[in-house]
Design a protein around this ligand. Structure first.
Ligand code: FAD
Length: 421
């Protein structure tokens, strides 16, 4: 049997009898995709003493991944929080500034400071490489530089008790099923690591809303190095992404990255709320992380969500309740999505005054708690009558609030996807 560390962030979710029974039962799993969601799934299933094979199509030594570098709830990642493991800076807070526009004449419409008790700005490629190394030492069969093809993926259902699809978006399962179009409404983002003077901001991080459907950010890793980026939602992309990124760097006094240093990614609004897609009981395929589309709809933040989805899956495997995965995932994410859906309305409507008011009102709540316990944010809003009056007078916000509370939103509003029963 594999060794068990009872202080491990996944292991501590289970009581001793459940854990013992699960480890005695064992099982086999293939995890396809070895980024944060896949690494978390492999880690948790291995802790249950399952035989785990992990496929990652890139080599960890070469992998260039600098999205998802601000990791909250870092305690769920079982690695020492030191620079050698990629945890570069522990920002005391994330600052959010809301501006009325993106020109020189802009004014500040509101701001929030969100303390971060367990967040880090990371070199994500180092975190992933170190986690994969640790998994290999723990007995996971890590097959890097090995992309899984469709035929192979189909065959996995015959070979393993559980197939974990952690391939990001669009996911392998959707490719196999020909349903990649379900990853709609995405955000496109450009980012890069840059060298420059960040001493004024460091160790904090900053996110800027500048009255377009998206936002920009600076996440310092030290006083002289930071990840900077900008993203736009859905159909509101600029014609020239690079020029728009350069303009954002210039107006915010950040160094302009070289074009060759930039990465471009998309953040999906995936099928996470559709239980029919996150778990295919017949083929024993579960989607986690971005493959399940669990990144936050407003901020695009998806690392803690990815890890949580994988740990939840493994926890249910331990309890012999895998069929409950879609409903449990939906229940965990629902409130976060509700808040994101409502607040996003202010951006879509071009109302920096409302968004700024929301930031002023919710300022001070822990950055991870905004996602995990959005009721705190909602209860803050209720205590601001002027803001409430503005929300009530705005048809977009009102209809979004109503949708959120009647659960009539997200994929249920998308014609081509089935309605949740
Ligand atoms: C620009 C940008 C900035 C972001 N910033 C943040 C942030 O600061 N904080 C945050 O929390 N989130 C952030 N996010 C979101 C976050 O990056 C994602 O939610 C997260 O990466 C999801 O992790 P994942 O493991 O599910 O998927 P991915 O990171 O997409 O990983 C999928 C993995 O699967 C592998 N793979 C794919 N197909 C195959 C195959 N056929 N065979 C084998 N392997 C395969 C890929 O190589 C990849 O390693 C950001 C996103 C973007 C785009």
């Amino acid at each position: 049997m594999s060794e068990l560390d009872e202080t491990d962030p996944f292991v501590s979710r289970l009581d001793a009898p459940t854990l013992r029974a699960a480890r005695e039962r064992g099982g086999s799993a293939v995890v396809v995709g070895g980024a944060m969601a896949g690494l978390a799934a492999a880690h948790a299933l291995r802790a249950l003493d399952w035989d785990v094979v992990l496929y990652e199509r890139q080599s960890y030594a070469d992998k260039r991944v600098n999205c998802g570098e601000a990791m909250t709830d870092a305690g769920s990642i079982p690695l020492p929080k030191t620079p050698a493991y990629g945890f570069a800076n522990r920002p005391p807070a994330f600052e959010v500034h809301v501006y009325t526009g993106e020109t020189g004449a802009r004014t500040l419409a509101g701001e929030g400071v969100f303390p971060s008790t367990d967040g880090y700005v990371t070199d994500r490629n180092v975190v992933e490489r170190r986690w994969a190394e640790q998994l290999a030492e723990q007995g996971v069969d890590v097959r890097e530089s090995t992309g899984v093809r469709k035929a192979q993926f189909r065959a996995f259902s015959e070979e393993f008790d559980l197939v974990v699809d952690a391939t990001g978006q669009p996911s392998m399962a959707s490719k196999v099923d020909g349903t990649t179009g379900e990853y709609a409404g995405r955000m496109t983002a450009l980012n890069a690591d840059v060298e420059g003077d960040f001493s004024e901001l460091y160790p904090n991080s900053r996110i800027l809303f500048e009255n377009y459907l998206g936002y920009a950010w600076a996440f310092p890793k030290s006083e002289t190095r930071a990840n900077v980026g900008i993203g736009w939602a859905e159909d509101k992309l600029p014609d020239d992404y690079y020029a728009a990124f350069v303009a954002a760097c210039e107006r915010n006094d950040w160094p302009v990255p070289d074009r060759s240093a930039m990465n471009i990614y998309t953040i999906p609004r995936g099928p996470s709320l559709d239980p029919e897609r996150t778990w295919d009981a017949e083929r024993r395929i579960a989607r986690v992380g971005d493959a399940a589309g669990v990144a936050n709809r407003f901020t695009g933040k998806g690392i803690s969500q990815a890890v949580e989805s994988s740990y939840l899956l493994a926890e249910l495997a331990a309890r012999n309740r895998l069929d409950d995965y879609p409903e449990e995932l939906y229940d965990r994410m629902k409130n976060e999505y509700r808040l994101a859906y409502v607040v996003r309305g202010a951006l879509e409507d071009g109302r920096p005054d409302i968004l700024g008011g929301v930031m002023n009102a919710v300022s001070g709540i822990d950055v991870e708690a905004v996602d995990r316990e959005p009721r705190h944010a909602f209860s803050r809003l209720v205590r601001h009558p002027v803001l409430l009056a503005k929300l009530a007078a705005n048809p977009t916000m009102l209809s979004r609030l109503l949708d959120a509370y009647t659960d009539d939103w997200e994929y249920r509003k998308t014609a081509e996807t089935p309605t949740r029963s």
